[in-house]
Ligand binder design. Structure first.
Ligand SMILES: *[C@@H]1O[C@H](CO)[C@@H](O)[C@H](O)[C@H]1NC(C)=O
Ligand SMILES: *[C@@H]1O[C@H](CO)[C@@H](O)[C@H](O)[C@H]1NC(C)=O
Ligand SMILES: *[C@@H]1O[C@H](CO)[C@@H](O)[C@H](O)[C@H]1NC(C)=O
Length: 353
């Protein structure tokens, strides 16, 4: 008798709880029906639910959709001051990690690696090459997912952040990146070469070509690749697998790409870092993508002042005038329509024409 009463109470309790649950939730339609109900009531055809921003929009953030922007620099100078002014103007976060000293013995060894009749970097090019390797090691040690590496005398357009969103979209399209991939540029590349001093282009190349009114018009384009660039319609930018990019003004590396660069380029034996990376790209040892025309280019001080490059100084050339002599005089930047440096420092354009 006692047992039967207990069983009865037990089932009654469960039934009661189920009833409470049911009565509570039947008034709260599930997510799926929620959107339909109000529109029926109000007569609207649909309720505006905010459409998610495309994943490429983060390419327009303060680090251009990379985890870090790192400037390669030997220390404060006119180069870094102009760089940070341009960064401030365009809202970019740029880190300048301290560059470890490069021992002269290491440079001497590096420039003599490989067979004597083979290609070798000069002294200045060796120093620059080792500095690039150091900053790439730093990206690996820091565990950066991606990093954009820039030289400290570079310049870019005031619209760099919106340019980057288009580049991300083009890179995703070129590499058939699945829609759900969250990395703004996808993950199917080792090197994204956005700043260079020229690149081949041919109609046969599989290319993502898009309108970009901020692209440098062909008639103003300077450099050895002008003839190739003229095949691309004006006010357009092209994104394709690298063929022959030269100058390492700005290139992004993925985590896998950084490791591959160290493996492929760690032992010198070519003319310079950029040429060696280009050779690795072209041979398919690195998976590289070029943006043409480039969106990052070197800024030149005014030609009245003979300011030497780091490589020239490494080769023994005198450094030239002191920064204070020419830093306040506007120079120019090739292939960048609205220079961020010149806008920030002089509120002027300085496209070399
Ligand atoms: C920009 O976006 C990238 C990719 O989503 C992210 O790793 C990075 O932290 C973002 N940068 C900033 C400054 O929020
Ligand atoms: C950055 O720009 C703001 C104004 O937009 C200015 O107040 C600030 O001093 C600048 N910082 C640097 C480091 O140039
Ligand atoms: C990428 O592909 C999409 C879908 O085909 C297209 O709408 C978009 O314009 C393309 N973007 C670029 C930059 O080519």
């Amino acid at each position: 008798m006692l047992l039967a009463t207990r069983q009865y109470l037990y089932f009654a309790t469960i039934f009661f709880l189920l009833f409470v649950l049911w009565s509570t939730f039947r008034y709260y339609p599930s997510q799926g029906t929620k959107a339909v109900l109000p529109s029926k009531l109000s007569g609207l055809s649909s309720v505006s639910t905010p459409s998610p921003l495309p994943l490429t929009h983060t390419a327009g953030n303060a680090t251009l959709g990379f985890q870090k922007v790192l400037a390669l620099s030997t220390g404060p100078s006119w180069r870094t001051r102009g760089l940070m002014a341009a960064a401030n103007l365009t809202g970019l976060d740029i880190d300048i990690p301290p560059q470890p000293p490069i021992h002269p013995d290491l440079v001497r060894t590096f420039e003599t690696l490989g067979p004597e009749d083979g290609q070798r970097p000069g002294h200045g090019a060796s120093i620059a090459w080792l500095a690039h390797l150091d900053i790439i090691k730093y990206t690996i040690q820091s565990g950066f997912d991606t990093a954009l590496i820039i030289e400290d005398d570079v310049d870019w357009d005031v619209s760099i952040r919106s340019q980057a969103v288009q580049i991300a979209e083009a890179v995703r399209n070129l590499t058939s990146t699945p829609e759900l991939e969250t990395a703004p540029y996808g993950r199917y590349w080792d090197v994204l070469w956005i700043g260079h001093c020229g690149e081949f282009w041919d109609e046969q190349f599989e290319t993502i070509l898009y309108d970009d009114p901020t692209a440098c018009p062909n008639k103003y384009y300077f450099g050895w690749a002008k003839g190739y660039l003229e095949r691309i319609p004006d006010n357009h930018r092209a994104v394709y697998r690298s063929s022959n990019p030269v100058c390492s003004f700005a290139y992004a590396v993925s985590q896998g790409g950084s490791r591959k660069i160290l493996e492929q380029l760690g032992a010198g034996q070519d003319e310079a870092f950029d040429v060696s990376m280009m050779h690795a790209c072209r041979a398919g040892r690195l998976n590289c993508i070029s943006v043409v025309p480039e969106v990052v280019h070197q800024y030149f001080p005014h030609p009245d002042y003979e300011v030497s490059s780091h490589v020239d100084i490494g080769n023994g050339k005198p450094a030239g005038p002191a920064d204070t002599e020419f830093e306040h005089v506007m120079g120019s930047t090739e292939n960048i329509l609205e220079s961020a440096r010149c806008r920030a420092l002089w509120n002027q354009r300085c496209l070399r024409e």
